[in-house]
Design a protein around this ligand. Structure first.
Ligand code: PMP
Length: 565
C-alpha cells in the first residue's frame, strides 16, 4: 500500500515537473531567446538604466575636442562654429526671438530643443545655434520662416505631407467651406463620412472603419478590439518600433510605468515566431512597416548620434518574406495581425505597406495624411474584429468613443483628400515611385562618394535616413549646416528626412546641391577629423568612461578639455 502511495506521489511530482517545464520554463526561455539583445529589447532594464544615467556636459573648449582632436583642428571647429552662430543670429533673429518667448510656456518646445543633439553638447548648441521654430507660411515645397527665409521642407510634417503643401491647403479650404455650415456639431455625421468609410475599406481591403483623433488612439482601439475578441492578454510589438505614446505600446524609456501586458520581441527572427506559435495568450501583433529600414532599432534621431554606427537600409524582399511568415503564424494561432500604417499608409503605395509588401493584415491603422492635413486616426478591420458588442451578451461591450471622432471638418477634409487621391494626377505620382527614389538616392550616394564626403543616404521610398561613414562624435553637426543651406529638418535631425511625392525634379536637384554644399563645408571645418585608430567602438568606450566618471562624482557638472585642466 505504502509503495503504491509512494509511486503515486512520484508520478504526481513527475507530472508537476513536466507541467512546469512545458508550460513555464520552456516558454520563459523561448521568450528570453526572442528578445533582441540590445537595451531596446529589454524595456525594464532600459528604464532602470535611464534613471541612473548621469547628466554632464562639455565646457566651451571640450565641446570642440571631445574626440581628442589636436589644437589646430579644435580651433578650426571653434572658428567655424562661431561663424555659423553669427549666421544663425543674423538670419534667424526673429524666429529665434519668438522661440525664446515661447520657451517658458511650451513644454514640448523645451523637450524638442533639448534633444536635437547628444546631451553633452546640447546646452552650447541651444545657446548659440538658434534656428528658431516659427514659420509664417509654406509655398510649394518651401517653408517661409518668421524671418522670411525660404527653406526646402524635408520635415514632411512628421509624415503628414505625402502630396505637397498645396494639396493639403486645398483640402483644408474645402473642410472649412463644408464644415463651417454645421460648426462643431458632434455625434451626427456629415454625409461624406459614408463615402470616406467606403473608400477606406476599399483601400485597406477590410470591412469596417472607425475614426479617431490621432494615430495613437487608432492603435489603442486596434489593440483593445483584438483583446476583446480573442480574450487574450498580451500584445506583441517589435523591438524599436514606434506606435504612438500610449503606455502599452511604449514599454521602455519614455513611459514611467511598466507595461506588463506587452511583449517586445526581436524583429525578423525565427525565435519570435516560435514564441507566437507556442503561447496561447497572445492577442495581437503590431507591425510598423517603417521598421523595414532599421529592424530592431528606434527611429534614428540625431540626439542618439554618438558616433558613426547608425545604419539604415531596406531589403524589401526579405522584409516582405518576414511579414508573410508572421501572417501565417498569426492565422494559425488566432492572433490578430495589426499593421500600424499611420506613417506608411498612402506613402509607399496607394494601398500602403499591405500593397508594398504584398501582405494583408486583420486590422490596419492610418493617420497623419488621410484627413487632408487635419488631425486624424483611422482603424480599418475585418468585421468580426471591429464589432464592439456581443449580440448574446449585451453587457459585454468594448467601449471606444472620443468627443471629436468624425468631426465635420475632418470628414470634409478627408473627403477632399480621398477624392483627389483617387484621381489620375495623384495616381500618376505613384507610378515608378520606388524606382524613381531609389535611382535618385543611388545617384546621390555615388556623387557623395566621388566627392569624398562621408555620408550615405538610405531610403524607404520617400523616407530618408543619413548614415555617416566616419566614427565622428560630431556627425549631428550636419543638421545645422543643412539649415544654414536652406534645408528644414524636423527636430529628430538627419535620421529622418521626409520628401513628398510631388517634389519636382528641380526642387529635388536644389536639395541635393544644398546637401552637398553643406557637407563639403562641414568637412572643410574639421568636424569629420578622426584620430588614427578611432572607431565607433572606441568612441563608445570613451563615452562610457565619461558616464562612469560623472556617475561616480554624482555631479551635474561639466567635463573640461584636458588642455584646460
Ligand atoms: N504609429 C505610427 C507608426 C506613427 O508613426 C505614429 C506617429 N509618428 C503614431 C502611431 C502615433 O500617431 P499620432 O502622433 O497621430 O498619435
Amino acid at each position: 500500500m505504502a509503495a503504491c502511495v509512494n509511486t503515486l506521489i512520484d508520478c504526481l511530482i513527475g507530472a508537476a515537473a513536466l507541467w512546469l517545464l512545458w508550460f513555464r520554463i520552456i516558454p520563459r526561455v523561448e521568450l528570453s531567446l526572442a528578445k533582441h539583445r540590445s537595451l531596446a529589447g529589454h524595456s525594464r532594464w532600459s528604464r532602470r538604466l535611464a534613471r541612473i544615467l548621469p547628466a554632464y556636459e562639455y565646457d566651451a573648449q571640450r565641446f570642440f575636442d571631445a574626440d581628442g582632436a589636436p589644437a589646430e583642428i579644435a580651433a578650426r571647429r571653434q572658428a567655424a562654429f562661431a561663424q555659423l552662430a553669427d549666421l544663425y543670429r543674423r538670419r534667424f533673429a526673429r524666429s529665434a526671438a519668438l522661440t525664446d518667448a515661447a520657451m517658458p510656456y511650451l513644454s514640448d518646445l523645451q523637450f524638442t530643443a533639448r534633444y536635437r543633439v547628444p546631451f553633452q553638447f546640447s546646452r552650447h548648441v541651444r545657446e548659440h545655434l538658434k534656428g528658431g521654430s516659427f514659420v509664417t507660411r509654406t509655398h510649394g515645397n518651401r517653408i517661409i520662416d518668421a524671418d522670411g527665409n525660404e527653406l526646402f521642407d524635408l520635415t514632411g510634417s512628421y509624415g503628414v505631407n505625402v502630396l505637397g503643401h498645396d494639396f493639403y491647403k486645398e483640402c483644408m479650404l474645402r473642410a472649412t467651406e463644408a464644415g463651417s455650415a454645421v460648426g462643431p456639431l458632434l455625434g451626427s455625421y456629415l454625409p461624406p463620412t459614408i463615402e470616406n468609410a467606403r473608400r477606406l475599406c476599399a483601400i485597406s481591403g477590410l470591412d469596417q472603419v472607425s475614426f479617431h483623433m490621432s494615430g495613437t488612439e487608432a492603435v489603442m482601439q486596434a489593440v483593445r478590439l483584438a483583446r476583446y475578441h480573442n480574450r487574450r492578454r498580451y500584445l506583441v510589438r517589435f523591438c524599436g518600433a514606434y506606435h504612438g505614446w500610449w503606455g502599452d505600446v511604449q514599454p521602455g524609456v519614455g513611459n514611467p510605468v511598466p507595461a506588463p501586458d506587452t511583449l517586445t520581441l526581436e524583429d525578423m527572427s525565427a525565435a519570435s515566431l516560435r514564441v507566437l506559435r507556442r503561447r496561447r495568450d497572445i492577442s495581437c501583433v503590431l507591425v510598423n512597416p517603417v521598421q523595414s529600414m532599421h529592424p530592431n532599432r528606434a527611429a534614428p534621431g540625431d540626439s542618439a548620434l554618438l558616433d558613426g554606427a547608425r545604419r539604415a537600409g531596406v531589403d524589401r524582399e526579405a522584409y516582405g518574406a518576414w511579414l508573410k511568415q508572421l501572417r501565417a503564424v498569426c492565422s494559425e494561432r488566432g492572433i490578430a495581425l495589426i499593421f500600424d500604417e499611420v506613417f506608411t499608409g498612402f506613402r509607399l503605395a496607394p494601398g500602403g505597406a499591405q500593397e508594398y509588401f504584398g501582405v494583408r493584415a486583420d486590422l490596419v491603422t492610418y493617420g497623419k495624411t488621410v484627413a487632408g492635413g487635419l488631425p486624424i486616426g483611422v482603424l480599418c478591420g475585418r468585421a468580426a474584429l471591429m464589432a464592439r458588442f456581443r449580440a448574446d451578451h449585451p453587457a459585454d461591450v468594448c467601449f471606444a468613443r472620443g468627443t471629436f471622432n468624425a468631426h465635420p471638418y475632418v470628414m470634409a477634409a478627408m473627403d477632399a483628400f480621398l477624392t483627389r487621391f483617387a484621381g489620375e494626377p495623384v495616381r500618376a505620382l505613384y507610378r515608378d515611385l520606388d524606382a524613381t527614389w531609389n535611382r535618385r538616392v543611388a545617384a546621390l550616394n555615388a556623387r557623395l562618394q566621388s566627392q569624398g564626403l562621408p555620408l550615405r543616404v538610405s531610403n524607404l521610398s520617400t523616407i530618408w535616413s543619413i548614415d555617416y561613414l566616419v566614427p565622428s562624435r560630431y556627425n549631428w553637426m550636419l543638421q545645422y549646416y543643412l539649415r544654414a543651406h536652406g534645408l528644414a529638418l524636423s527636430w529628430v535631425g538627419t535620421g529622418r528626412l521626409i520628401f513628398n511625392l510631388a517634389y519636382t525634379t528641380d526642387d529635388y536637384e536644389a536639395v541635393v546641391e544644398r546637401l552637398q554644399a553643406a557637407a563639403t563645408e562641414m568637412q572643410r571645418d574639421g568636424w569629420w577629423w578622426v584620430a588614427p585608430g578611432q572607431s565607433n567602438r572606441s568612441v563608445r568606450k570613451a563615452i562610457t568612461a565619461e558616464l562612469f566618471q560623472a556617475w561616480c562624482s554624482g555631479l551635474i557638472g561639466s567635463i573640461s578639455s584636458p588642455r584646460n585642466r
